[in-house]
Design a protein around this ligand. Sequence first.
Ligand SMILES: Nc1nc2c(ncn2[C@@H]2O[C@H](COP(=O)(O)OP(=O)(O)OP(=O)(O)O)[C@@H](O)[C@H]2O)c(=O)[nH]1
Ligand SMILES: [Mg+2]
Length: 304
Amino acid sequence: MPEITSEKTPFHSGFVALVGRPNAGKSTLLNACVGEKVAITSPVAQTTRRRLRAVVNTPTSQLVIVDTPGLHKPKDALGSELNRSALKELEDVDVVAMLVDATKPVGRGDEWVANHVAASHAKKILVITKADIAKPEQVTAQLDAARELAEFDDFIVVSAPENFNVEAFEQLVSRYLPEGPRWFPEDMTSDETDEMLVSEFIREKVLLHTREEVPHAVGVMVDELEFEKKLVRIRATIYVERESQKGIIVGKKGSMIKRIGIEARRDLEHLFMEKIYLELNVQVKRDWRRDQEEIRRFGYDSGE
Ligand SMILES: Nc1nc2c(ncn2[C@@H]2O[C@H](COP(=O)(O)OP(=O)(O)OP(=O)(O)O)[C@@H](O)[C@H]2O)c(=O)[nH]1
Ligand SMILES: [Mg+2]
């Protein structure tokens, strides 16, 4: 008689950082993995300003996915802080996923990112994003070019909006995570505070509806967040650096601020599953992006 054994599938858990140039699709991929909106996304470069951790559970693993700000050439103290915050993650994670946009030629920026990735002790996975809007031959060429940049342990092509290879990405990462128990409770989604989620959701709407220098000059702070009976009462201030930017955010007869408010409220109602009362103010805080103390107050610092 053959001996009956029960082989237990090993459980893997650990941290995977999503790194890459601005706009590569890091936050979009994180949201696709989580299955809901946690991180804000936009076509504006440097959308993400702080590290965000989200927890994804599969039957055999727990991934703590770390979204990081896009690595770029910094123009001010805020830019330097964003880079510092992203690079710091390379030292602390089990797996680094370097994201490369399939539609943009691999350039010196990616090379620079790859050099940092190469120096990390973590396992390295190359992720080509936006497969839905690239031609197949473009994807192949991109894969070939990006694989030259560093020695990757593995690679995958994904499309977040089409949910193509998102689960396969999770499985691939899981294979490179160490064996071990969960780090976080199964029902935890992210490590963001409610205040931070609210301010980021509001900032996203500003990014989506303003142009040129305005999106980068915006910082949002929550002044009040009260959970009342069947209502969440929120008061927040949108800060900009110049009076002219304030004019743009307010818009003609307040049309822009109204639009931002309506869209942010819709997302927040979805997030909290409650009715939202949202009051938005706009104020000028001159050159705050050059002031380390202000950057810290907004929560956009790397915590060093
Ligand atoms: N078509 C398509 N668009 C995508 C995909 N992934 C991201 N995008 C879009 O690309 C833009 C940038 O996406 P983000 O997720 O904000 O990029 P990011 O890498 O987090 O950017 P930073 O936070 O600035 O570093 C957004 O407009 C997304 O909707 C994808 O797989 N397919
Ligand atoms: Mg982002």
